[in-house]
Design a protein around this ligand. Structure first.
Ligand SMILES: NC(=O)C1=CN([C@@H]2O[C@H](COP(=O)(O)OP(=O)(O)OC[C@H]3O[C@@H](n4cnc5c(N)ncnc54)[C@H](O)[C@@H]3O)[C@@H](O)[C@H]2O)C=CC1
Ligand SMILES: O=C(O)C(=O)COP(=O)(O)O
Length: 529
């Protein structure tokens, strides 16, 4: 008999299939603390959660029988994926079931902020008949900026068109072609900030999206903008938003999510008359809760019964014989993918993976998934892309993955080259495993280099002239950035060259801005691996 613990309020109807299964016993215990969960999790084979339960490494450690954690919803930021993967616990989510519900909540919030509905309600039920204070604005003919055109963002854009809004969409995977098909304009973050009347965010929370709207963006924002966040707290810098409202830049904001949930009693959003809030209700409808619970229950049953399953967000087991040959290349493949994604600007169209040498004779599919994961995780978040779903996500986002093989690898036993084609550029990086040194990046575009793919890298393209290396070193030194290693790749003496530095800490943006002012210096780019 399999034992399943449900530790958040999850739809009874949705989990009926689990309850009815003859080989499963379901316990519903919402609201347990971490200690309480640690005390009982050892007897369970599966854990079902929403966003409240934090599934920590301690809980995974205590879950000696735990095979699967099922998230009845999209975001898995409350589940420690690393710890789950390490212990071979499969984490699955239900990515499609709450899309429409969250999109509709976004609209409810956008209209409520346009028409001051919560504020007007409070006054009216308080006995004050105030028709003067709540002059609103129409949505019609307004520009709506949508940051993140995935499942929810796309549905929001679709509905906004019916309201007569003009839509500017931004997403690393949004191509001109798809935008045109949807009848929206492909835009940059800057276009949206400067031109939108309303802005709504629908990205995951990743290092790249954290505070993607902060002081710098508010400074150049179109005055009078109204902002909605029904995605994740932290995408918009909360304190900077309050300042922008006080300065009259932002006319109103509607937030369903907070950087810390629930927010502290003295959180400034709770007393600001121009900010309306809901307690993370985006997915809270009867329909969505049933959908996500049904989806996740079905997959949990498959996993418990050792049947094929979908929607895993962490690592699946890989056959032992394939693993032994390819495993040493997994970190290299993923890092090459991440490296090239960070280096190449523009919407991703094609990933070309070329294997040269002995690897040409092996079924490289598991390794391909690592490379694609490296590329996509930079944009979608490491919690959303793994080696189970990376190829599927690439297909879903119309990213073409091409694999080439050649048995000849000049100078190396095996060479893995990843070429990334975007709407704006084509860049490539090659890597190899060097006996005694581990994974190395051996070529960037056409520049030969020898760099360990780890930590903070600084890439500087420049003309090969005396003194440039020293000047870059001095600028870094003056800003307390220590250089660990340095490489210069060049094609011809006196021609174009590429300097690759490994540095002991992230180079601040202001230092990069300063470095690029040096003569004969073309570009500088920070890459974290
Ligand atoms: N308030 C709530 O109750 C709910 C919140 N959510 C949250 O809504 C968000 C979106 O969910 P879905 O649409 O289902 O996910 P999705 O994965 O379909 O879409 C996310 C999109 O964001 C894009 N993106 C990533 N980084 C970006 C960047 N730097 N700039 C612009 N776009 C970027 C991705 O390319 C992707 O297309 C997630 O954070 C999810 O956790 C989802 C359901 C309910
Ligand atoms: O699905 C998501 O990402 C959500 O944020 C919904 O969270 P919830 O299941 O309502 O706690």
């Amino acid at each position: 008999m399999f034992k399943v613990l449900v530790s958040d309020p999850i739809s009874d109807l949705g989990i009926q299939k689990l309850v009815d299964a003859a080989d499963v016993a379901v316990d519903k215990k919402p609201g347990l603390s971490e200690d309480e969960l640690v005390a009982i999790i050892g007897e369970y084979d599966a854990l079902l959660v929403r966003s409240q339960t934090r599934v920590t490494p301690r809980i995974m450690e205590a879950g000696k029988k735990l095979k699967v954690v099922g998230r009845a919803g999209v975001g898995v930021d409350n589940i420690d994926l690393e710890a789950a993967t390490q212990r071979g616990i499969i984490v699955i989510n239900a990515p499609d079931g709450n899309t429409i519900t969250t999109c509709e909540h976004t609209f409810a919030m956008m209209m409520a902020v346009a028409r001051h509905i919560p504020q007007a309600y409070l006054k009216t039920v308080g006995g004050v008949w105030d028709r003067k204070s709540f002059l609103g604005v129409e949505l019609r003919n307004k520009v709506l900026g949508v940051m993140g055109m995935g499942r929810i963002g796309s549905e929001v854009a679709k509905r906004a068109k019916a309201f007569g809004m003009e839509i500017l969409g931004y997403d690393p995977f949004l191509t001109e072609e798809r935008a045109e098909k949807m009848g929206i304009k492909l835009a940059s973050v800057d276009d949206i900030i400067r031109n939108a009347d309303f802005m709504t965010v629908h990205t995951p929370l990743t290092p790249e999206t954290r505070h993607m709207i902060s002081r710098k963006q508010f400074e150049v924002m179109k005055p009078g903008m109204r902002i909605v966040n029904c995605a994740r707290g932290g995408i918009i810098d909360e304190l900077a938003l309050v300042e922008a409202i006080d300065q009259g830049i932002v006319a109103g904001a509607a937030f369903d999510v907070f950087e810390v949930e629930p927010p502290a009693e003295d959180h400034p959003f709770l007393t600001n008359p121009k900010i309306i809030v809901t307690p993370h209700l985006g997915a809270s409808t009867v329909e969505a809760q049933e959908n996500v619970a049904i989806d996740v229950s079905e997959q949990v049953l498959h996993i418990l019964r050792d049947e094929p399953f979908i929607n895993a967000v962490n690592m699946p087991p890989i056959p032992a014989n394939v693993r032994s040959v390819l495993q040493p290349y997994f970190p290299l493949g993923e890092k090459l993918g991440s490296f090239i994604a960070q280096l190449t600007a523009g919407a991703v169209k094609e990933i070309v993976i070329s294997y040269a040498g002995d690897l040409a004779d092996v079924d490289t599919q598991p390794l391909n998934r690592y490379v694609v994961r490296g590329v996509l995780a930079h944009h979608l978040g490491t919690d959303q892309v793994n080696v189970v779903n990376s190829m599927h996500l690439a297909k879903e986002r119309s990213v073409n993955v091409v694999v080439n093989k050649s048995s000849v690898a000049k100078d190396f036993t095996n060479l893995v080259t990843v070429t990334l084609r975007t709407e704006e550029a084509e860049r490539k990086v090659s890597g190899a495993l060097m006996t005694g040194y581990g994974p190395r990046i051996v070529q960037i575009d056409s520049y030969p280099v020898d760099v360990a793919p780890e930590g903070n890298l600084l890439l500087v393209s420049h003309t090969d002239k005396p003194g440039i290396i020293g000047s870059v070193g001095t600028k870094l030194g003056n800003n307390d950035v220590n250089i660990a290693t340095m490489q210069v790749g060049r094609k011809l003496a006196g021609g174009d060259a590429l300097m690759v530095l490994t540095v002991d800490k992230q180079v601040p943006a202001s230092v990069i801005d300063d470095i690029v002012t040096l003569p004969e210096l073309h570009k500088a780019k920070v890459i974290s691996l």
